[in-house]
Design a protein around this ligand. Structure first.
Ligand SMILES: Nc1ncnc2c1ncn2[C@@H]1O[C@H](COP(=O)(O)OP(=O)(O)O)[C@@H](O)[C@H]1O
Ligand SMILES: [Mg+2]
Length: 445
């Protein structure tokens, strides 16, 4: 590649050949023309609209300005781009590798130059969500991240709600008495027991009456027997009475036998009144316990359902995560190990903000190369933010990706980079320039 700027804005005449350099540092004090160098490439390549954005493209006191950018590797020039400005306007000329002027030059440039130059340092300062948006501009995903996120938030909310319900049910169940063992399955009928008790009481009454009648009959019989004795004593006088009394005795005796038999029958299989009474008093307690057991069972059922639902939601969330993970695996990421969540970028499983600076730079470079695979223009406007260690790292990562990064660096020492003074290059890394004034940075330049 080669860059030549003539009378463009602050720059008088400057030619730079980066060669295989990964980093071209444009250094100097403020207002000397550093940004002009960096902007010139974008303004030359990005089309007439961008070129017109500059209000004073021609250097004060001059008639015309030009920026030439030769794109190619090493000796071979694939495209020679020249943008010119005069008082009337701006024009673009692009020559192919055989030096033949191409038609519709901007169309060709648009194919190789990304939409804008990329500033990795500015990118690092963006919010996580903006960084993800930048990534998604260059990655085709088999799913819509926003849709997945909406779905995930919905499921997550529903699961939180369900889990809260499960907790409530657990607390309710914990506060309830555990059901006694061996309780009847159904509520005991009080009516049936009352009828039973009534019947038992009636049978006992019948029995008591019969017993009373029997003892009365015994008394009667005894009285009759006395009468017989009396009658015997007065046999002579009362044979008829004897016969009569004898007959009465017979009848009474039969009545006595019947009554005793009846009393015996009545006293057979007498129900246990005490037990029935006890059951009656126990029944209310039992029924309370059964009702409690039913409540317990109902709450336990709800708890089971709640837990099952929460598990189902967890499964769905996991499925969603799996779909996302699969999509991310299938998507062609600009750098292996790069992914994202909805907070920001994630590199090798670590959130971007927590990554080491070298890793952050790797991600930035990867993105920049993905955005501009043909001609990667990296402009670090605020190079003052980078210390010497960071600049070395920057150079290393740029070299790993095989790109050239252009770095603007505010510096008064004059010892670092191509030093610009009042629109002219005056030295390179503290050394005077070659006699022809061309600034050669890397090997092969
Ligand atoms: N057409 C022009 N002719 C001469 N000087 C210009 C022109 N356009 C801008 N400048 C001057 O260039 C300077 C800014 O250049 P710039 O590249 O931004 O410097 P730096 O990045 O080194 O701070 C300002 O002083 C501005 O007035
Ligand atoms: Mg500047």
């Amino acid at each position: 590649m080669r860059l030549r700027i003539r009378n463009f804005r602050k720059i008088a005449d400057l030619e730079i050949e980066p060669g295989d350099a990964s980093l071209v540092t444009i250094a100097g004090r403020n207002g000397q023309g550093k940004s002009t160098v960096i902007d010139s490439m974008a303004l030359a390549l990005l089309g007439g609209k961008a070129a017109k954005l500059t209000k004073r493209p021609i250097r004060d006191g001059e008639e015309r300005a030009s920026v030439e950018v030769d794109i190619g590797d090493g000796e071979r020039v694939e495209l020679a781009v020249t943008r010119k400005w005069n008082r009337k306007g701006t024009s673009l000329q692009v020559l192919d590798e055989d030096g033949v002027e191409v038609k519709k030059p901007q169309k060709i440039l648009n194919k190789i130059v990304g939409p804008v130059s990329f500033d990795p340092v500015a990118f690092m300062a963006l919010s996580g969500r903006k960084q993800v948006a930048a990534l998604l501009e260059v990655v085709d995903l088999p799913f819509d991240p926003e849709e997945v996120e909406v779905c995930r938030v919905g499921l997550f909310g529903e699961r939180t709600e369900t889990k809260r319900g499960v907790k409530d049910l657990e607390a309710r169940l914990g506060a309830m008495p555990r059901p006694e063992r061996g309780l009847p399955a159904q509520i005991v009928s009080l009516n049936e027991l009352l009828v039973e008790l009534e019947e038992a009481r009636a049978k006992h009454e019948t029995s008591t009456t019969a017993t009373l009648q029997a003892s009365r009959a015994r008394e009667h019989m005894n009285r009759c027997r006395a009468d017989v004795r009396k009658a015997k004593d007065t046999v002579a006088a009362a044979i008829a009475a004897e016969e009569f009394a004898g007959k009465l005795f017979e009848i009474a005796s039969k009545e006595h036998d019947d009554a005793f038999q009846a009393a015996e029958v009545a006293s057979q299989d007498l129900p246990d009144v005490e037990a029935a009474r006890e059951r009656l008093s126990g029944v209310e307690r039992t029924n309370t316990a059964i009702r409690q057991a039913e409540d317990y069972k109902a709450v336990a059922e709800s708890l089971k359902r709640g837990r099952r639902k929460a598990e189902g939601l967890t499964d769905k969330l996991n499925q969603l995560e799996a779909t996302k993970a699969k999509g991310l695996r299938e998507a062609k990421m600009p750098i292996t190990g790069l992914s994202f969540d909805f907070e920001g970028l994630v590199y090798k499983g670590v959130p971007f903000v927590d990554c080491a600076q070298s890793e952050q730079l790797t991600v930035c470079m990867g993105l920049a190369v993905a955005r501009q695979p043909e001609l990667c223009l990296l402009h670090v406007r605020n190079g003052a933010l980078l210390d010497s260690e960071a600049r070395a790292l920057f150079e290393e990562v740029a070299s790993r990706f095989g790109v050239t990064a252009w770095l603007e660096f505010v510096d008064e020492s004059g010892a670092v980079g191509i030093v610009i003074e009042d629109g002219w290059a005056v030295s390179q890394d503290g050394e005077p320039l070659d006699a022809d004034g061309v600034v050669r940075v890397g090997a092969g330049s």
